[in-house]
Design a binder for this molecule. Structure first.
Ligand code: KOT
Length: 808
């Protein structure tokens, strides 16, 4: 494009934007608020996407290519405006025009609410997979719930977490289209009668409570291509908002009760990450989006397939993101048998061929099991089908392994009066996969070993990945520019090309620019901390960052105890030689998770102690950033020097924050857990710092005993001092962290914090030495970026296509 063409396009953009402002606000540009500017821009974006969206849908409706549907109870998509602009290839244009019109581009974008429709890794992974599928021109869609309130907003008040409702829809949401014509009725409760209709046994559901599922579709635009896939989020509504007869009889409140009961289903996201709390409303949610989603898929498929279900599983993949959508199996069976009139065997073949299942955790407390009575009562027909799936499965087992009756029955989907959802998912899918090599191995050898023996060919492994567009190009534009200037732009479409950066590893010019980019990103985060936490930090200090959900197994406690130990060392020797450090934490605790909330309190108390102490000469700072979400994450990852990935080995299925940090040049300080192991393989042992027990060692201690935390305590004066400080009033003006203290000593330290402390302190020492040699450090950092190609979610999606959905 020459410059006069570009000027013409810019003039057209400015005119359209000015007109749009009038349309959305009734004001002229000069008087329009930032919110109205954002809404005007959002409308323009939607207008430029929708025709491509319609074309993509027309193409898909021909049923020529296989469609993948991700069923997930969470989609943590983050803000979308920047992604749309960048994917459309118009970001520079909009930025330039905004500046010329005297508008503040970043301030306009910050008007967008950040949809918190997920807790953490599980939901964010789905968002990255949608982004990658579209970027690769592959037909894949999301199917989930449009929560009215997303994950709570976290405030830190007096050092403690306070939860505030996340009303993300308060100003409307411009990137969704409500499609009431595609609503589905979901049936709960009631009774099932079997009738003989024309010689066929037919099941009729009576006296059920109907709820309307209304879809809202969000376009997922591919990076610089023509593909626009869909994220379909279902909202619950009553069939009739108002019960008129009830109202007329004078029962005014009852007349609207039904409405709020119906709406409750999609009202709120459960705030547990890696946990299961067994609430009836959650089970309603699970069936809600499964039932609605399956119904639409079947209707759309038949419409373009001469009203027939033939070839369904050749064209449709239903991918179950953890077990929350595991009712997809029995629900598809119900539709095929009760609505399409197929027999059991044909329906089962189709179901197993269509379904695939990804597991995301091995923590026993997160594995879902629903009481039989609850399931039977709420979903009577679904429960009947689960019973029958189980009966046939056990029969098959007893036929195949007749000498192993006890083991066979331990694999029952229904056992101890619960429906075990992972068992249901495994039995009704053709593939089961873990999310990193170690995790998949643990699934095969421990968690699902019984099923692995029965279905050895069903088990796969696909290592997670993250979107390089969101977590590198859009959140670290300076690094993007530097990379493209150096190695060309091929890496934007294939992240493995980042390897070419290795040619620049000793180039002083590149090297200096690379350091400048990091420093600029650290200054940006430092400014954020000044304005949000009122703490001034030195941007030249090591930014040592742990951001993720607060959970015992993720061991923020290990990090916090080490900070306290460093503080003690500095107090003892103010001239201690060390690079200045800024320890940064962020993450939400589940509101009912007392222990995790205590950890937040501990970190903020340590921060208060450390930051106020002038004798430390700014060598140590601690910051807890409130309300970690996707938008904040985008500021944090580019600014990191150290990525803390210190979970108890064997507990973190994969981790994805570790990949986002690596892509932005942070050095991983981690245990041999989850995808950290694959990060080590990708960068080589000299570009990562690892420490601590292996998963095998942890497993061994857990199975056979032999670890006594009190022994470590007695041998290590550093630990004695730090633990004593938890309860002696040093912290928080006399606070006592007795529960934490007890977990470590009285309850024998279930997550091996004390056991790994010494190795962690050594590893931190190593980090200090490395950082004090800037040449080595920057080389390590560049190597991390250069070798991060394998952690693109484009690679993960290609793996799924090849191994699991068998698309290419
Ligand atoms: C939550 C509730 C029940 C079952 C699983 C979860 C869960 C697992 N939530 N998040 N995860 C994380 O998923 C990520 C994506 O695969 C992993 O990287 C991470 O290790 C899991 O903890």
């Amino acid at each position: 494009m020459n410059s006069s063409e570009r000027e013409k396009i810019k003039a057209a953009y400015k005119a359209t934007f000015t007109k749009k402002i009038e349309e959305v606000s009734g004001n002229c540009l000069a008087e329009a608020s930032l919110l109205k500017q954002y809404q005007a821009l959002a409308e323009m974006v939607m207008e430029s996407i929708t025709s491509q969206w319609a074309k993509t849908n027309t193409l898909y409706n021909k049923n020529e290519s296989k469609q993948v549907y991700f069923f997930s109870i969470e989609f943590l998509i983050g803000r979308l405006m920047k992604s749309y602009l960048s994917n459309l290839g118009v970001e520079d244009l909009v930025q330039e025009c905004s500046a010329e019109m005297g508008l503040d581009y970043e301030a306009i974008l910050s008007q967008e609410s950040d949809p918190g429709l997920g807790n953490g890794g599980l939901g964010r992974l789905m968002a990255c997979y949608l982004d990658s599928s579209s970027a690769m021109g592959m037909p894949a869609h999301g199917n989930g719930i449009r929560y009215k309130y997303g994950l709570f907003e976290q405030r830190i008040i007096n050092g403690e977490q306070i939860e505030v409702a996340d009303n993300w829809l308060k100003n409307g949401y411009p990137f969704e289209i409500r499609n009431p014509d595609k609503s589905v009725i979901v049936k709960y409760y009631g009774q099932i009668h079997s009738e003989n209709i024309n010689g066929n046994l037919t099941f009729v559901h009576e006296n059920y409570e109907p709820i309307m599922a209304v879809p809202y579709d969000v376009p997922i635009k591919g990076y610089r291509n023509e593909t626009v896939n869909s994220l379909r989020l279902w909202s619950a509504e009553p069939l009739e908002a108002f019960d008129l007869p009830c109202f007329n009889q004078g029962h005014f409140l009852n007349a609207v009760r039904h409405k709020s009961e119906a709406e409750a289903i999609s009202q709120i996201l459960y705030p547990n990450d890696n946990g299961f709390d067994g609430k009836l409303l959650r089970l309603k949610q699970e069936y809600f989006f499964v039932c609605a989603g399956i119904k639409r898929i079947v209707v759309d498929f038949k419409r373009s397939n001469n009203n027939s279900m033939d070839g369904f599983s050749d064209k449709i993949c239903i991918h179950i993101n953890d077990t929350h959508p595991a009712l997809c199996g029995p629900e598809l069976m119900r539709v095929l048998m009760d609505e399409e009139g197929l027999g059991w065997d044909d329906s089962w073949k189709i179901t197993v061929a269509a379904l695939s299942f990804t597991n995301h955790t091995v923590l026993p407390e997160a594995l879902e099991k629903w009481p039989v009575d609850m399931m039977k009562d709420l979903l009577p027909r679904i429960y009947m089908i689960i019973e029958e799936i189980n009966r046939r499965f056990l029969l098959e087992l007893d036929n195949e392994f007749p000498y192993d009756l006890e083991r066979n029955h331990s694999l029952s989907i229904i056992r101890d009066n619960y429906v075990h959802m992972a068992s249901l998912a495994i039995v009704s899918s053709h593939s089961v996969n873990g999310v990193a090599a170690l995790h998949s191995k643990i699934l095969r050898e421990e968690t699902f070993n019984g099923y692995y023996q029965v279905f050895p060919n069903r088990f796969y492994s696909v290592t997670n990945g993250v979107s390089p567009r969101r977590f590198l190009m859009n959140s670290n534009p300076e690094l993007k520019t530097l990379i493209t200037e150096s190695i060309g732009s091929a890496w934007e479409h294939n992240l493995f090309h980042l390897k070419k950066l290795l040619n620049y590893i000793s180039d002083p010019v590149f090297y200096e620019k690379f350091e400048d980019v990091k420093l600029a990103n650290k200054i940006r985060l430092a400014n954020y901390m000044t304005s949000h936490n009122n703490v001034n930090v030195d941007p030249h200090s090591i930014f040592d960052i742990q951001v993720k959900r607060i959970h015992e197994y993720k061991r923020q406690l290990l990090n916090a105890l080490h900070v306290l130990y460093l503080y003690n060392r500095l107090k003892e020797n103010p001239n201690l030689e060390m690079a200045p450090r800024t320890f940064i934490f962020a993450g939400k605790a589940a509101p009912g998770y007392y222990y995790a909330k205590e950890v937040i309190k501990l970190i903020t108390a340590i921060a208060e102690l450390v930051n106020a102490d002038p004798t430390l000469h700014d060598k140590l700072k601690v910051v807890f950033l409130a309300n970690f979400n996707v938008s904040l994450a985008e500021i944090i990852y580019p600014a990191a020097n150290i990525s803390e990935q210190i979970s108890t080995a064997g507990k973190e299925a994969s981790g994805t924050g570790n990949m986002k940090f690596m892509m932005n040049g942070a050095i991983t300080l981690g245990t041999m857990d989850g995808a950290n192991i694959e990060i080590l393989e990708a960068v080589g042992p000299s570009n990562i710092v690892t420490f601590g027990l292996s998963a095998d060692e942890v497993h061994h201690y857990q199975k056979y005993g032999g670890y006594r935390s009190i022994d470590i305590f007695e041998q290590d004066p550093r630990i004695q001092q730090v633990l004593h400080q938890l309860i002696d009033g040093t912290l928080g003006h006399g606070l006592s962290f007795q529960a934490i203290y007890d977990s470590l000593l009285l309850y024998n330290d279930g997550y091996f914090v004390l056991k790994d402390f010494s190795a962690y302190a050594d590893a931190q020492n190593q980090v200090d030495h490395l950082f004090r040699n800037p040449t080595i450090w920057t080389k390590m950092s560049i190597s991390n970026v250069a070798n991060s190609g394998i952690f693109s979610s484009d690679r993960s999606i290609a793996d799924y296509q090849r191994e699991i959905w068998k698309i290419i």
